[in-house]
Design a binder for this molecule. Structure first.
Ligand code: TRP
Length: 451
């Protein structure tokens, strides 16, 4: 009784599914988060741990999400409800869908704020504001900008409006059209900037060494925890975004093969971003361990010193903004699809409704750097930090673990066989990993996070 089409629309080809899912995966996680985490966690060691997590645990769970989505063909909440019913198991598993929608709002709340900063930096860069800047001035500009509630909310609102507009146009005309143009553009920009870093900085080798030579002494269990969390975040796992996209995937494409392709694309972008950022950092005598400010403080200094930095710096933030928007539309999709199913409203109404709620929650994150900086939720963390912490360290791993357990142990065999018909060679390995390796791995990390 598996459906061949989703009522929400379908990707027009396998390639379009790959672009959409890669668009979801490639985002601030790759360009902003990955380099600063690598910088803080000893470079090569972190990169190695991250790669192991991506390919050992990430790809199988990614495949599980696509599988569940394609078998259900509805919003994650309703797909999970129907699949649990068809498998003769408890309706408890719907929880995966509900938790996912919640996590989506939480992630979007801080994601849209940072994406807004990135958009404002296109203008800052292009206007030449950072030409010849030094470290003091770059942090001052960043500090002043984030302290200005009105402009932060302005950019945040613009970013959310774009996200809503794309989501409102629907799967084919909105999401697919966006990824069809932005993803190739993103790869071109990325390669241009890698060449720029390789040719103009004179420190390309040093950047590569930092990323690719693991210094085993720097290895700690902590790097492993961070690497695992990052693997989930960067692959958009654990909240149903990929499940929602999987619902629109054509029937005759291989799931495990596609999941592997998506992970390879995502990983390449993360590594290429590191290859853009670290040579710039070393060429300017800056610190790789700068933290979240790496992209917004060190890069403007670096571009400010470089020939052509005004243009390439602006292009860099165009790249970041493109990457962010193809991710934010996927963060909204589970909730939008559910609203359309539940309230029987048009896609446009659903997108506006979900978008306005997400925008409103996002105000909390936007104000965390200015008028709301003293407002704390969880143990002294700002609203922004609380959203980041709860979603990345709790909801995503928990969601991922439940997805693996459901797909590995509870989903009806017939459904698994149907969906993995094109993946014969790998389906046994996938089974073993979703049943044993992934849940245990996540559980270990999960427990360690709290110890
Ligand atoms: N993967 C995206 C990034 O790296 C962010 C993202 C989009 C995401 N959808 C998600 C993260 C779902 C977790 C869950 O920027």
């Amino acid at each position: 009784m598996s459906n061949t089409e989703s009522a929400h629309g379908m990707w027009s080809s396998k390639l379009m599914f790959i672009l959409a899912a890669a668009g979801s995966a490639v985002g601030l996680g790759n360009i902003w988060r990955f380099p600063y985490l690598a910088g803080e966690n000893g470079g090569g060691v972190f990169v190695l741990a991250y790669l192991v997590c991506i390919f050992l645990i990430g790809v199988p769970i990614l495949a599980a999400e696509i599988l569940l989505g394609r078998a259900g063909r509805q919003s994650p909440i309703n797909s999970m409800r129907n699949l649990a019913r068809q498998s003769g198991t408890s309706s408890f598993w719907q929880l995966i869908g509900w938790m996912g929608a919640l996590a989506g709002f939480m992630i979007l709340s801080f994601y849209a704020v940072i994406a807004g900063w990135a958009m404002s930096y296109i203008v800052e860069m292009a206007s030449g504001n950072f030409v010849g800047t030094d470290a003091n001035r770059a942090s001052q500009v960043f500090g002043e900008f984030t302290a200005d509630a009105v402009s932060v909310v302005g950019w945040h609102t613009l970013f959310m409006a774009l996200t809503i507009y794309i989501a409102a146009r629907g799967v084919g005309r909105g999401l697919e059209t966006t990824v069809r143009y932005l993803m190739p553009a993103l790869f071109v920009l990325l390669l241009m900037l890698v060449f720029y870093s390789a040719l103009a900085t004179g420190h390309f080798k040093e950047g590569l060494m930092f990323l690719f030579s693991p210094d085993l002494d720097a290895f700690s269990t902590d790097s492993l925890l961070v690497a695992m969390g990052q693997a989930f975040f960067t692959l958009s796992l654990g909240m149903g975004a990929i499940m929602a996209y999987g619902a629109y995937m054509p029937k005759d494409t291989s799931i495990i093969g596609t999941a592997t392709t998506i992970a390879l694309l995502d990983t390449s972008v993360a590594l290429l971003s590191g290859m853009i950022i670290f040579p710039l950092v070393f060429a300017n005598g800056l610190q790789p361990s700068e933290g979240p400010g790496l992209m917004f403080i060190t890069l403007p200094i670096a571009f400010g010193q470089m020939p052509g930095g005004q243009i390439f710096g602006a292009l860099f933030f165009v790249l970041v903004s493109f990457a962010a928007i193809t991710s934010s539309i996927s963060l909204m999709e589970p909730a939008v699809a559910w609203v359309v199913e539940k309230l029987a409203v048009t896609r446009a109404k659903g997108a506006v409704l979900v978008g306005i709620i997400a925008w409103f929650v996002g105000l909390g994150s936007a104000f965390s750097f200015n008028i709301g900086a003293d407002f704390t939720l969880l143990s002294g963390m700002t609203f922004f930090d609380t959203m980041d912490y709860l979603s990345n360290n709790i909801l995503l791993p928990l969601g991922g673990m439940l997805i693996a357990i459901f797909a590995g142990w509870f989903l009806k065999d017939q459904i698994v066989e149907d969906e993995l018909a094109g993946d014969k060679a790998w389906s046994n390995l996938w089974r073993v990993i979703t049943r044993f390796v992934a849940p245990t791995g996540v559980m270990v990390v999960f427990v360690m996070t709290f110890l």
